[in-house]
Write a protein that binds this ligand. Structure first.
Ligand SMILES: NC(=O)c1ccc[n+]([C@@H]2O[C@H](COP(=O)([O-])OP(=O)(O)OC[C@H]3O[C@@H](n4cnc5c(N)ncnc54)[C@H](O)[C@@H]3O)[C@@H](O)[C@H]2O)c1
Length: 346
C-alpha cells in the first residue's frame, strides 16, 4: 500500500477521484494542479464556481493542495519529493482546444509528461500516466457497419497492438501519443516502473463535461438543466464508457503489480453504448426525454472504440465493475444536488 501519493491534475475530474480513492485508503495525498480554465469557460456553466468545486471538495477531505504547473520541472520535482507513487492526470485533454491553441497542447501534454517522468526517475518511484484511445486515430471509422442505434465493428475489441496515429490527426493525437511514447522510452531506457493507460471515455461525479470532452457528463448536465443537447454526427458513435472509480482501481492495481507497459483501459463490450443509447438511459433515469439537436461531425472525430482489456485483466488483475445505468444514476444524482455550479441562474 502506498503511503504518500502525488496526483497531478488532482483538481480535475479524474484526478479528484484518484485523490479521494487514496484518502479513503488512509494515504496522504498531494494534488498538484494549476486550475486551468480553458475548457470550463466554454461550457456555459458558472465557470468560477465549477472550477473551485473540486478544490474545495478535496480541501474538505484533507488533501494537500498545491496550485502549480506541470510545465515547471523544478517545482514539480520539489513537490513530489517524499511521495511513493505519481499518478499523472494533468493534461490539456480536448481535441478542439488542441487545434485552437497547439502550443498550450504540446507544452502541457508533452513537456508536462516529460517532467513527470523525469521526477519519477529522479525520485525512483513508480508512475502511472493517462493516454487516450484517440492515439489510435480515426482510420477505425473506415469499414464500420451500422445498426439503427450504433456503429458496429467485427471484432469488437481493439488491443494495444493495433497501429497508432492512423487517419486524420489533430495536435491532441500527436501530444498524447508523444506522452505515451515517452512512457515507453522511460521503461526501456531507465527501467522506470511506469504505465501508460490508454483510456476510453470516462464519466462520473465531479465532471464538468463540456462539448469538448466528457460527453456522458455533458449530456447528463444539460438534461438536468433542461438545456438542449448537441450531438455531432449521427449519434451512433460507440464507446465502452468506464466509471472514474474503476480507473482508480486500475491505477492501484498497477502500483501493486508493477507490470510496466501500455494498457487499454475501458469497459469492454459490456459497457459499450452509443450516444443515442446514452440518451435513452438518461431519459429513463430522469423520467423525461432531453431535447436533442444534431450538428455535423467534427474534425478528427472517432466513431468507434471498444477496448480489448485482456492485457489489463491478465497483467494487473483489473476489470471494470460499474455498469452504465448505475454510473449514470450516480452522476445525475450528484448533478441534481449541485445545480448551482452549472447554471448561474440556479
Ligand atoms: N475524461 C475522459 O473521458 C478521458 C478519456 C481519455 C483520456 N483522458 C485523460 O485522462 C486525464 C484526466 O482527464 P480529465 O477528464 O480528468 O481532465 P480534466 O480537464 O478534468 O482534468 C485535468 C486537470 O489538469 C489540470 N491541468 C491542466 N494543465 C495543467 C498544468 N499545466 N499543470 C498542472 N495542472 C494542469 C487542470 O487544471 C485540470 O484540473 C487526461 O490525461 C486526459 O487526456 C480522459
Amino acid at each position: 500500500m502506498c503511503k504518500r501519493v502525488f496526483v497531478t491534475g488532482g483538481c480535475g475530474f479524474l484526478g479528484s477521484h484518484v485523490c479521494e480513492y487514496y484518502m479513503q485508503k488512509g494515504a496522504q495525498v498531494v494534488s498538484y494542479d494549476n486550475l486551468a480554465k480553458h475548457e470550463i469557460e466554454r461550457t456555459g456553466f458558472a465557470a468560477e464556481k465549477a472550477r473551485n468545486y473540486n478544490w474545495n471538495y478535496l480541501k474538505g477531505i484533507g488533501v494537500n493542495l498545491i496550485k502549480a504547473d506541470v510545465r515547471n520541472a523544478e517545482e514539480l520535482l520539489d513537490a513530489a519529493a517524499g511521495c511513493d507513487y505519481i499518478i499523472h492526470t494533468a493534461a490539456q485533454p480536448a481535441m478542439t482546444i488542441s487545434w485552437e491553441d497547439p502550443r498550450l497542447d504540446i507544452t502541457t501534454n508533452v513537456i508536462g509528461t516529460f517532467n513527470v517522468l523525469e521526477a519519477a526517475r529522479k525520485l525512483k518511484i513508480p508512475v502511472a500516466c493517462c493516454a487516450t484511445i484517440h492515439i489510435y486515430g480515426n482510420k477505425i471509422n473506415e469499414g464500420l457497419k451500422e445498426s439503427k442505434t450504433q456503429y458496429i465493428r467485427e471484432p469488437a475489441g481493439i488491443d494495444e497492438k493495433y497501429p497508432t496515429l492512423e487517419g486524420t490527426l489533430t495536435p491532441l493525437h500527436a501530444s498524447k501519443a508523444a506522452g505515451d511514447m515517452y512512457v515507453r522510452v522511460y521503461i526501456d531506457t531507465y527501467k522506470l516502473e511506469a504505465a501508460s493507460f490508454r483510456l476510453t471515455g470516462i464519466y462520473g461525479t465531479r465532471q464538468f463535461g463540456g462539448e469538448d470532452h466528457g460527453w456522458v457528463a455533458n449530456f447528463s448536465i444539460r438534461s438536468v438543466l433542461g438545456w438542449p443537447i448537441t450531438i455531432y454526427g449521427t449519434g451512433k458513435q460507440v464507446r465502452d464508457i468506464v466509471y472514474a472509480t474503476d480507473i482508480c482501481e486500475a491505477f492501484n492495481a498497477f502500483y501493486v503489480s508493477r507490470k510496466a507497459g501500455i494498457y487499454n483501459i475501458g469497459g469492454g463490450k459490456q459497457t459499450a453504448l452509443s450516444l443515442l443509447e446514452c440518451i435513452d438511459i438518461i431519459e429513463k433515469v430522469n423520467g423525461f426525454r432531453p431535447e436533442v439537436q444534431f450538428a455535423p461531425e467534427r474534425h478528427g472525430d472517432l466513431r468507434y472504440f471498444i477496448c480489448d482489456t485482456r492485457k489489463a485483466q491478465r497483467e494487473l488483475g483489473w476489470s471494470p465493475q460499474i455498469m452504465p445505468r448505475e454510473g449514470i444514476e450516480k452522476l445525475i444524482a450528484w448533478i441534481k444536488d449541485n445545480r448551482g455550479i452549472f447554471s448561474a441562474k440556479a
